[in-house]
Design a protein around this ligand. Structure first.
Ligand SMILES: *Cc1c(COP(=O)(O)O)cnc(C)c1O
Length: 441
């Protein structure tokens, strides 16, 4: 992942002169570097199989940030605002020719993001939904997509209101936690599987490797796309489990400061990479250099933030589960979660997303949300600040009411995004708001 090792004999003053000459000979250099490459390949395979993510924080801080990229050796990558680039000879730019097609600040960010998912390529877009559109644009009219039934409301709206009616895509929305339903969902024209794990807002965990195997058995060319927004690459790396494309709403955990809207698509697949680059250039939903700078800066603390989100959220999930005013808590890291074993198998932890049913109706939910003082009643998630919302009338209002009822997105389902504040203050806030909304139990 972070590999800038060059085998240099002269670098070590501790070696004897003849030994240094020996090391410098071309054949020895070749042997050393191929052994090094072999060890890297071995390491990469092993790390993928074990789904472990060594050196994440170092990669987040250093990959793509080399001062040698810049004439002035800036340690912090500059914001490069120029929309165009001087060419010495017509048609032969040094690297970029126009900023929609490529920009140095965006390059820095994309290189860094690819490393975080341990992938070859990343392309960024002006929002998570723009990244979604860029990926879905690989499909043609008449193609079929198997989509999980419990995905981000905006992704559903895009498929139901744009792709299906306007562009002739076919889609089935399926519960991907039920493997028998997954087997039945594929058709001869199925070209893509799209899901989130854990899902939004019910935090259902999809067995990424198993669903991928079922899809590839049906047709090896089916592209498996995982929206990894809820986990961040720190806790889950879908490409290591067989997925083809990872999508992120960078707006959430990756930026983590609730001040940029951005998305990305990450892949190891050369054909998909060419498609994504073409989408940036030909469709044009690219992020600004300033936003790329902010996200690149936000990533420097991604590993620290994710650890804090996990620690706070696990304690809060346990508090809620023991609370008499709460019916059921949905948090994959709790042993009570229906897919807890799958969660443990494919992740390294869990983010700050918790959903729970309080004992009440719309009236109690609204009273609870309005009584919160540290948590802010707002949509979105993944920032350093704690948020709370009511999916049935906020984030998931665009899901058809009969589907909401079937899924369990009822008026007493609350979704919280646990931030990085002090745990005692968060629990005290939830406690006072629950007592004020539901005075007697
Ligand atoms: C927010 C979100 C999106 C959409 O991203 P935007 O940056 O808001 O366009 C997609 N998927 C998930 C899981 C999200 O939470």
């Amino acid at each position: 992942m972070v590999s800038s090792l060059s085998v240099s004999a002269s670098a070590s003053p501790f070696l004897s002169l003849p030994f240094r000459h020996f090391l410098r000979s071309p054949r020895v250099q070749l042997a050393i570097s191929s052994a090094f490459i072999r060890s890297l390949t071995h390491y990469r395979k092993q790390s993928r199989a074990m789904s472990t993510f060594p050196n994440f924080g170092t990669a987040a801080i250093h990959v793509g940030q080399e001062p040698e990229n810049w004439d002035m050796m800036q340690v912090v990558p500059p914001i490069s605002c120029s929309t165009t680039y001087k060419q010495e000879t017509a048609g032969q730019p040094k690297k970029h020719d126009y900023s929609r097609a490529g920009n140095p600040t965006r390059d820095v960010l994309e290189k860094n993001l690819a490393a975080l998912e341990d992938a070859k390529y990343c392309h960024t877009f002006s929002s998570g939904l723009a990244a979604t559109m860029a990926v879905v644009n690989i499909l043609k009219s008449g193609d079929h997509i198997v989509c999980s039934d419990d995905i981000y409301g905006g992704t559903q709206r895009f498929l139901r209101k744009v792709s299906i009616p306007n562009h002739g895509l076919q889609a089935d929305f399926v519960d991907l936690t039920k493997l028998s339903e997954v087997e039945k969902a594929f058709k001869p024209n199925t070209k893509m599987v799209w899901f989130e794990s854990p899902s939004n807002p019910l935090l259902k965990v999809v067995d990424i490797a198993t669903v991928t195997n079922i899809a590839k058995k049906h047709n090896p060319d089916i592209l498996v796309v995982v929206d990894n927004t809820f986990m961040s690459p720190y806790f889950q790396r879908p490409l290591s489990l067989g997925g083809d494309i990872v999508v992120h709403s960078i707006t959430k955990y990756i930026n983590g400061h609730s001040d940029v809207v951005m998305g990305c698509a990450i892949t190891d697949n050369d054909t998909v990479q060419k498609h994504l680059y073409f989408q940036q250039m030909a469709v044009g939903a690219v992020p600004s250099p300033f936003d790329c700078f902010l996200v690149n800066r936000g990533i420097k603390t991604l590993h620290l933030r994710m650890r804090a989100h996990y620690e706070n959220a696990l304690a809060i999930a346990k508090y809620l589960e023991a609370n008499e005013r709460i019916g059921k808590v949905l948090y994959p890291a709790l042993p009570s979660h229906p897919q807890h074993e799958v969660h443990k198998k494919q992740t390294k932890g869990m983010s700050g997303m918790i959903s729970f049913y309080l004992k009440g109706e719309l009236e109690q939910s609204s009273a609870f949300l309005s009584a919160l003082k540290v948590f802010t009643l707002a949509e979105s998630l993944g920032g350093y600040e704690s948020l709370a919302e009511l999916p049935s009338i906020m984030t998931h209002a665009s899901v058809p009411p009969e589907d909401r009822a079937k899924l369990g997105i009822t008026d007493n389902l609350i979704r919280i995004s646990v931030g990085c504040e002090d745990l005692d203050d968060l629990i005290a806030d939830l406690d006072q708001a629950l007592k004020s909304a539901i005075p007697r139990i």
